[in-house]
Write a protein that binds this ligand. Sequence first.
Ligand code: HPA
Ligand code: ZN
Length: 347
Amino acid sequence: MTSPNDDETPRSFEELIRRLPKVELHLHLEGTLEPEMAFALAERNGVRLRFPTVETLRSAYAFRDLQSFLDLYYESIAVLRTERDFYQLTRAYLERAAGEHIRHAELFFDPQSHTRRGVPFGTVIEGIHQALVEGESDLGITTRLIMCFLRDLSYKEAAAALREALPYREWLIGVGLDSAELGHPPSAFTAVFAAARAQGLRVVAHAGEEGPPEYIWEALDLLGAERIDHGVRCLEDPALVSRLAAEHVPLTVCPLSNLHLRVVASLEDHPLRSLLEAGLCATINSDDPAYFGGYLTDNFLAIARALRLTRAEVVTLVRNSYQAAFIDEPRRRQLEDELITALRSMP
Ligand code: HPA
Ligand code: ZN
């Protein structure tokens, strides 16, 4: 029987999780918009929200599925208008991340959700970038920025978004694919991902969250995805699991997101341990933490409790994220050194 209680108290196990130097690889910056900030920005920008108070907005955070979440997510995004707004959103996340011992973060943003409302691409990325530069110098968090294409919009719109991004090519590490998955297979975006790869951009894609294993095959074979975001439905296809294991393709798993979007019925039913036992490089991430009841540490604590993860399994998950990150070997060694120091300091 595997249990953190076998050799240590739950308290010290939780403290270990809090203190481990962590890496976040699946976080949508727009998904960190807390209701309090949404209201403050709405007032500053003269945007009317449908909800009268912070509490009523927060109480709307009860989702049936991915689409019901996305409807509210895109609605709330309307309060983000100026470079300062994007700076503040990003800065608030980084300050929180620093407090959780997150040492490296690879962040998604959805430029089309802003440009289609008339907010220029440059406004969005300039604000985010400024916060990332400052966060690295004063908080010591290294970061990478990944722009996602909205898969429920057309291929042509994705190609236009990539063109708008090219003047800022050096601020981006890669491209991803997100938004409503069912009915929007990766295959529709083959050419735009090829164009992104030709620019030297790395490739990730959401696949196998609500969509079938075929979407994961397409993300790998047609888009050239190096990591799969979510990917939990790979377990329905043994040949796919073998492929992901053989090629060490990481999965960025988001337990509280899976719970809140009803990808799993309960955290006790979450397939994380099956993924690890299948030899997959699974990592823990927070997706849209303002909406799903917790940031990265909360995700680790909740899944560790529900699945009675051992200390060794938690450390494996953290190490997997170091392996999966788009960082160089010296940075990977630094993180590993910090991990060893943290483990030594915890009895
Ligand atoms: N899934 C797909 N698209 C998204 C998500 C998500 O969890 N969050 C923001 N866009
Ligand atoms: Zn996501």
